[in-house]
Design a protein around this ligand. Structure first.
Ligand SMILES: Nc1ncnc2c1ncn2[C@@H]1O[C@H](COP(=O)(O)OP(=O)(O)O)[C@@H](O)[C@H]1O
Ligand SMILES: [Mg+2]
Length: 226
């Protein structure tokens, strides 16, 4: 995950640098040169108006570029399509890459529509848990359950059958775990990691339902697939 995250950050940084250079800095530099030249000319009022028109149009161009850039950056902050579909697609890619067999269970009461922030952050939590399974667990299979956890709580479980993890709270945790906790906290929830050595690892994330669900929620019927 860290590697992937670093890759994405690097890509975003390059996109921002490129766009700022090509579309913002270049246009502003051109405007400065134009204005500088214009000041040294003997001009009529008509020329002034024409020059102002030019500045206006360049300013619009720069603004449009900045808006486009902001749009592109925000684009990362939402998932394409539904959360469940995105997770299923992630699992297909995970299996192809790792050979670890995934199974997903969506139990009755899982909301059909989540808020965009919930979708993205829950997706990232699952992504990190899967990344840990790939890198550290030696697991053969992974099981994800999305469903109600307690009354007014939704839960996500990512469970593997690998070597397990030391859950001693005094043990220093990695950036991946810190990131998962931060994302859970951001959604008003928390994360618990359960493990008995040699008997796999279970990451459980729990959230107040109200904070995840978007309006017009329809409850999906019980569904199981792998
Ligand atoms: N599913 C897992 N199976 C076995 N060990 C795990 C699992 N998930 C995490 N770990 C252990 O917990 C540590 C911390 O994980 P994390 O915070 O994501 O940091 P990182 O992945 O960068 O090492 C890992 O280095 C690994 O030793
Ligand atoms: Mg990790």
């Amino acid at each position: 995950m860290e590697v992937l995250q670093a890759g994405v950050e690097e890509e975003v940084r390059r996109l921002v640098a490129r766009e700022l250079h090509d579309r913002v800095a270049q246009t502003l530099t051109g405007m400065l040169v134009d204005v500088e030249n214009f000041k040294s000319e003997q001009v009529s009022w008509q020329d002034v108006v024409q020059q102002l028109d030019g500045i206006q149009s360049s300013t619009r161009q720069v603004l449009a570029s900045i808006r486009q850039l902001l749009h592109d950056l925000r684009g990362e902050e939402a998932l394409d399509g539904s959360f469940v579909d995105a997770v299923k697609a992630l699992l297909v890619r995970f299996e192809a890459k790792t050979g670890i067999r995934p199974e997903i269970e969506i139990t009755e009461g899982w909301p059909k529509a989540l808020t965009p922030q919930a979708s993205l952050n829950l997706y990232r939590i699952i992504e990190e848990a899967l990344s840990n399974i790939r890198m550290h667990s030696g697991a053969k299979s992974v099981r994800i359950v999305l469903g109600p956890h307690a009354e007014n709580e939704l839960g996500i479980v990512v469970e593997d059958d690998g070597r397990g993890v030391d859950t001693d709270p005094s043990r220093p945790v990695g950036m991946g775990t810190i990131g998962m906790r931060e994302r859970a906290m951001f959604l008003g929830g928390h994360i618990r990691v359960e493990s008995e050595n040699g008997h796999g690892t279970l990451v459980r994330a729990m959230f107040p339902k109200d904070l995840l669900v978007s309006h017009d929620t329809v409850i999906v019927a019980k569904r199981k697939s792998s």
